[in-house]
Design a protein around this ligand. Structure first.
Ligand code: CP
Ligand code: NVA
Length: 305
C-alpha cells in the first residue's frame, strides 16, 4: 500500500511522475473537465488543525474527479483521545478508499498509515507538508519551464514547510538555501534526509543565518509564518527572533531581477511578508495556491485511482 507521508519515501522518478500527471490533469480540467477517475470513491479528511487550502483543494479535487470527500474535524474524531489512532485508521479504511490527515504529532500520520489498508496522505504534520511542496514544484516548473539548477531561498522559520521544501528541491536538483536565526533552524533530521537525495540529483543545500546571503541570485524566495499551528504560546519570542527575516522589498531586491516570491499561505502580512511584496509583481502566491488543487488531483489519482 503506497502512502504519501514525506518526500523521502518517494523516488525522484515517482515525483516527476506526479508533476507530469498534475500538468495533464490541470490541462484536462481547463479544457472542459476531468474524467471521473474517482467515481464511487470517498476520501476521509481528518483534521486536528484548521485549514483552508488543504481542505478545500482536496475536497474539490475529489469532486472534480467524480468522487467524494468527507471532512472530519477534531471535535468529531478526537484522534488518539476519544479513540486510538489505530482504531480510527481501521474504521475509516472500511468506509473510504483513502485517508488524508492533518495532525500535530507526525507519529500520528505514520500510525494511521501503519493500520489503514487504504492509502494515507499527510495533509501537514508538525514535521512535514509534502502536498504543499509538490504543489510548489508544479508552480515553479510552470513558471521557469524547469526545476533543475534553479536557486530557491527559504527565509524564516525552519518549519514543516521548509522540511518538505528542502526534500523537494533535493529531488529536483535545485540549489536550496535557507536563512534562519539560531534556535529556529531547519532540523538536522530534515537536512540529513535531503543531503543524499541532493547529491544524487546534482542539487546543493546551504544553511545561513543571514537572509541577504541566502537570497543572493535566487530565482525563488519562499517564506512561511513565524508561528505555526500549535506554537501560539511562543508568539512573542518568535516574532522577536524572526523579525530580521521579513521578506520585504529591500530583501527581494537582493535576489535575481526576475525572482518569484512564494508563500504557502496563510500569510501574516506585515510580519514574515510585507503587503507590497505579497501583492507585488514578483509574487505568485495565488497561482501557487491554485496549484494545490491540481497537485492534489495527481496525488489522489496516483494513490487511489
Ligand atoms: N498552505 C496550506 O496548507 O493552507 P491551509 O493551512 O489553509 O490548508
Ligand atoms: N507552517 C505552517 C504552515 C501552514 C500551512 C503551520 O504549520 O502552521
Amino acid at each position: 500500500m503506497k502512502d504519501f507521508i514525506t518526500l523521502s519515501d518517494w523516488s525522484t522518478k515517482e515525483l516527476w511522475g506526479l508533476i507530469d500527471l498534475a500538468v495533464h490533469l490541470k490541462f484536462e480540467w481547463k479544457s472542459g473537465g476531468n474524467r471521473p477517475i474517482m467515481h464511487g470513491k470517498t476520501l476521509a479528511m481528518v483534521f486536528e488543525k484548521p485549514s483552508l487550502r488543504t481542505r478545500v483543494s482536496f475536497e474539490v479535487a475529489m469532486k472534480q474527479l467524480g468522487g467524494d470527500a468527507i471532512r472530519i474535524g477534531p471535535d468529531e474524531v478526537g484522534l488518539g483521545k476519544r479513540e486510538s489512532v489505530a482504531d480510527v485508521a481501521r474504521v475509516l479504511a472500511v468506509y473510504t478508499q483513502g485517508i488524508m490527515a492533518r495532525v500535530f504529532d507526525h507519529e500520528y500520520v505514520l500510525e494511521l498509515a501503519k493500520w489503514a489498508d487504504v492509502p494515507v496522505i499527510n495533509g501537514l504534520s508538525d514535521a512535514h507538508h509534502p502536498c504543499q511542496a509538490m504543489g510548489d514544484m508544479l508552480t515553479i516548473y510552470e513558471h521557469f519551464g524547469r526545476l533543475e539548477r534553479l536557486k530557491i531561498a527559504y527565509v524564516g522559520d525552519g518549519n514543516n514547510v521548509a522540511a518538505s521544501l528542502v526534500l523537494a528541491a533535493a529531488h529536483f536538483g535545485m540549489q536550496f538555501t535557507i536563512a534562519s536565526p539560531d534556535g529556529y533552524m531547519l532540523s538536522e533530521e530534515a537536512l540529513e534526509a535531503a543531503a543524499p537525495i541532493a547529491e544524487r540529483n546534482g542539487g546543493k543545500i546551504e544553511v545561513f543565518n543571514d537572509p541577504v546571503k541566502a537570497v543572493e541570485g535566487a530565482d525563488i524566495i519562499y517564506t512561511d509564518t513565524w508561528v505555526s499551528m500549535g506554537q501560539e504560546k511562543e508568539t512573542a519570542q518568535r516574532m522577536d527572533m524572526l523579525k530580521p527575516y521579513q521578506v520585504n522589498k529591500e530583501l527581494v531586491d537582493k535576489a535575481d531581477k526576475y525572482a518569484i516570491v512564494m508563500h504557502c499561505l496563510p500569510a501574516h502580512r506585515g510580519h514574515e511578508i510585507t503587503d507590497d511584496v505579497a501583492d507585488g509583481t514578483h509574487s505568485v502566491i495565488f497561482p501557487q495556491a491554485e496549484n494545490r488543487l491540481h497537485m492534489q488531483k495527481a496525488i489522489l489519482v496516483e494513490l487511489l485511482g
